[in-house]
Design a protein around this ligand. Structure first.
Ligand code: FAD
Ligand code: NAP
Length: 340
């Protein structure tokens, strides 16, 4: 671990991204407090700094010729409690899954389905993290951010964030807002439990659980994820490389005529979400290896680094997959991972 709040030169980012890509940052700083963060960012000494948290949604394709800040601010505080809810403020550098475990240990519900998602709390609003039918926006109250364009602190309430499917105002204005803390509203009793996803239902059934606690839901999610997804510590990856595409009902009906087995889920009014993993699998990529890069054998949405891959090789594979899906289904699949 580098000394916090000190400027370092030519630092390898390999330990800071879950793909395990070995690129260098020209300048690097680990920051553990918001005062230093503000000073460094507002000074404008380092143009266009790149903030990283857990590095689990980033693909580096080249060295980073600017300041990289690894945000490591810590702190969890219960702001208020009513009979049904608690408002909790969390600093951006807290690890998301550690926070989920903290919440469950305090019998606070609402984020158990988001167990084991890598990355930090401050990054969670950026793509409105989601899994197993729950999204961050379901529990989000507000966040504090530094606006690098206006050099000031801003509070974003939920309605200011334009949360969408793996999307938000922060993702659409990349680099402008640096999130420093997040406030979430969690349930203290009568937890609303979302067990709509088939995999969770099967896991609970297998364990003979009818009315699961939030801890049991979390355990089920952890167990499913561990059995299906590659652990980045063992096989470099960035989770789902692409977002699931959403198409119009008309386009879906045409596709369904040709591909009657195409899995699909309704998405808002008159729209259909199609699992990108299935599209990629149909193009023959599942489990395929191309030298140092490949497509995971259990989930075609996950691209992997077999050890010594360069970011460009993964990006080339991703583009090849995009083209194949476009040619076969006439569907554009958009990367979810941030490419640098
Ligand atoms: P980073 O990769 O460090 O950063 C991502 C982007 O946010 C970058 O553009 C970065 O510059 C910017 N950024 C980082 N911190 C800040 C900040 N404080 N303020 C402003 N910008 C910032 N995602 C899901 O939604 N659901 C899942 O189920 C899921 N499962 C995953 C499973 C695996 C195995 C992996 C590797 C990834 C998975 N992801 C999932 C993706 C990823 O975990 C999330 O997107 C996570 O929120 C990224 O957090 P991070 O701190 O690692 O972000
Ligand atoms: P899965 O269960 O194999 O399902 C494939 C896709 O179908 C998922 O992406 C999911 O969309 C959709 N789906 C399945 N059941 C659904 C339902 N009942 N209602 C609506 N949509 C449904 O998926 P998986 O790959 O194992 O992932 C499980 C969950 O973890 C998903 O929610 C997924 O998003 C999340 N996850 C995300 C990442 C990431 O990096 N973003 C990585 C791993 C897992 P949604 O993705 O919209 O939920």
């Amino acid at each position: 671990m580098p000394k916090p709040n000190m400027l370092l030169h030519n630092v390898s980012l390999k330990p800071y991204n879950t793909f395990g890509i070995n690129v260098n940052a020209l300048l690097f700083m680990e920051i553990d407090n918001n005062t230093t963060l503000e000073e460094v960012l507002y000074s404008k000494q380092y143009p266009d700094p790149l903030i990283i948290g857990g590095g689990s949604n980033i693909l580096f394709t080249k060295d980073v010729e600017r300041l990289v800040i690894h945000l490591n601010t810590k702190g969890i505080e219960i702001l208020s409690k009513t009979p049904n809810h608690a408002k909790v403020k969390v600093q951006a550098g807290e690890v998301w899954h550690d926070f989920v475990c903290w919440a469950i240990a305090h019998d606070l519900g609402g984020i158990e389905n988001l167990s084991l998602i890598p990355g930090n709390v401050g990054t969670a609003p950026i793509q409105n993290i989601g899994a197993y039918g729950v999204e961050l926006k379901d529990v989000f109250v507000s966040c504090q951010a530094l606006d690098l364009k206006e050099n000031r602190q801003v509070t974003f309430k939920k309605e200011d964030c334009s949360f969408g499917y793996r999307d938000s105002v922060f993702k659409r204005n990349k680099g402008r807002y640096i999130i420093t803390s997040v406030i979430l509203k969690l349930t203290t009793k009568d937890h609303y439990k979302n067990i709509s996803y088939g995999a969770i239902q099967s896991k609970l059934r297998e364990k003979g659980i009818n009315d699961p606690s939030i801890q049991q839901i979390s355990n089920a999610v952890i167990s499913i994820r561990q059995s299906k997804l590659p652990d980045p510590k063992i096989l470099g990856n960035g989770g789902s490389f692409f977002k699931n595409p959403v198409v119009s009902m008309n386009q879906f009906r045409d596709l369904q005529e040709q591909y009657p087995d195409m899995p699909h889920y309704s998405f808002g009014e008159n729209q259909i979400k199609i699992p990108a993993g299935w599209l990629i699998e149909q193009c023959g990529y599942k489990g395929k290896r191309f030298q140092e890069v490949g497509v995971h054998k259990n989930q075609a949405l996950v691209l992997v680094n077999y050890g010594n891959a360069k970011g460009e090789q993964l990006w080339e594979l991703a583009q090849k997959i995009q083209k194949s899906v476009q040619n076969k289904f006439n569907i554009y699949i958009e990367p979810e991972v941030n490419i640098y």
